[in-house]
Design a protein around this ligand. Structure first.
Ligand SMILES: *Cc1c(COP(=O)(O)O)cnc(C)c1O
Length: 420
């Protein structure tokens, strides 16, 4: 994952005067209200989990339509807390898409369980439930477990949600819990048909939904994450485990009238969010939909000006039954129309001062998963094929028009120069 370069606007509009030398892959959209709130937090004398985290949790839960929200220091921590709260135990299996970031599977390993990798849909890149069905029914064998398969962790790649109705039916039929890796899906929504109302990601689309506020995500707190759920027992367990398994947190102990005493109820973790991070998140959240709308606009410009180019394919837009978060704009190369491969395409874009990223080298093509589970590229043919031809263009709300043009001209220029 490429590290974004920070550019902090000192006014409420992003500063985009002279186009930079290169278009970065991402630049956080940080404005004056975030800065003022961080300064106020620093001056307040309360830096760790406190009143601003409480406020961020309440406003976040309301924004996505969840009953409970637990703020933590990463999406990885949220996912870890979620599977722990759901009782994942050593040897058990969890269905995880191979086309995902490291975090989705490693948290299953944290608990000594087995991430059973599943191939992806060739168009969306999202988890292929038919492949999951084949694996569960024993029609094809990829990885051994010593315990039952208990859950599934869909990832809404780029912010294009999976068919949540299909996931729910699949999970019910197979008695699985569902934890969503919604690191790309804020805000995003799904509906089965145009006659249905929108279901927002996090409003009960899974047992637990986990969001990321990493520096280059759609909403950032530098580092941070949120686990949301409609089940109080899960929220309570995640909150308890997020802070050493203590009976009440520091804010409860040290504020006026708080008690000094606490009890260790479980061997917990240290995953809590700071008030400094929450100060940023509160104001990012207030702009979440306007930032999404701008990303959607840029995605439409890309589509409009690139879709005629035969050497590339556009990412799916989701149609009438999705609100797409547009965290990423992953184009796919038609390698049969080009004299260069994906890696060389990226080098050529870099020469034209456009930074890109690849989402992702699938897990089964990484040494750890290959060596631990004896996996080979053809175990997951769709993900293997998609990996060889995908790359993500810069897409962030503070992109200047000149930067959007620079990306489009670079992509078209490379296609023309290396057309077969
Ligand atoms: C970024 C990302 C994560 C991890 O988020 P952190 O907040 O950095 O822990 C997990 N899953 C996916 C799909 C991601 O893109």
């Amino acid at each position: 994952m490429s590290r974004p370069t920070a550019s902090v606007a000192t006014v409420t509009q992003p500063v985009a005067a002279a186009p930079p030398a290169a278009v970065p892959f991402f630049r956080p959209d940080v404005r004056q209200p975030e800065i003022d709130e961080v300064v106020a937090t620093l001056r307040s004398g309360w830096l760790t989990t406190g009143p601003r985290v409480k406020r961020f949790e309440e406003e976040f839960a309301a924004a996505v339509g969840a009953d409970f929200a637990v703020a933590v220091n990463s999406c990885t921590a949220a996912l870890h807390l979620a599977v722990e709260a759901l009782g994942l135990s050593p040897g058990g299996g969890v269905l995880v898409p191979t086309m995902t970031f490291a975090a989705t599977a490693e948290i299953v390993r944290y608990l000594g369980a087995v991430p059973i990798l599943v191939d992806c849909d060739p168009i969306t890149g999202n988890i292929d439930l038919d492949d999951a069905e084949r694996i569960l029914s024993g029609q094809r064998h990829v990885q051994a477990t010593t315990g039952p398969t208990v859950g599934i962790i869909p990832v809404h790649i780029s912010g294009l949600m999976v068919d949540c109705g299909a996931v729910e039916r699949f999970a019910k039929r197979n008695q699985l819990w569902v934890v969503e890796d919604a690191a790309h899906a804020l805000p995003a929504a799904w509906r089965a048909t145009a006659a249905d109302s929108w279901t927002w990601c996090g409003s009960g689309t899974a047992d637990v939904t986990c969001f990321s506020f990493y520096a280059n995500k759609t909403l950032t707190t530098g580092e941070g994450g949120m686990a949301v759920t409609n089940t109080k027992a899960l929220a309570d367990r995640m909150r308890l485990m997020s802070l050493h398994g203590l009976s009440h947190d520091a804010w409860g102990r040290y504020r006026d009238g708080g008690s000094w005493d606490y009890r260790i109820i479980a061997a917990g973790f240290k995953d809590n969010m700071t008030d400094i991070a929450a100060a940023i998140g509160i104001h990012q959240l207030a702009r979440a939909e306007s930032m999404r709308a701008r990303r959607e606009e840029i995605a439409a410009i890309y589509r409009h000006r690139l879709e005629e180019e035969e050497a590339i394919e556009m990412p799916p837009a989701g149609g009438a039954n999705r609100v797409h978060a547009w965290h990423l704009f992953p184009i796919r190369l038609r390698l049969d129309r080009l004299t260069i491969d994906r890696d060389q395409f990226i080098v050529e874009l870099t020469k034209r001062r456009v930074m890109t990223a690849v989402h992702w080298r699938p897990l089964h093509l990484h040494p750890y998963y290959q060596d631990t589970y004896g996996l080979s590229p053809m175990d997951f043919p769709n993900a293997t094929a998609l990996f060889t031809r995908t790359l993500s263009l810069p897409l962030f709300p503070s992109m200047a028009e000149a930067e959007i043009d620079q990306v489009i001209e670079a992509v078209l220029g490379v296609c023309t120069r290396f057309r077969k």
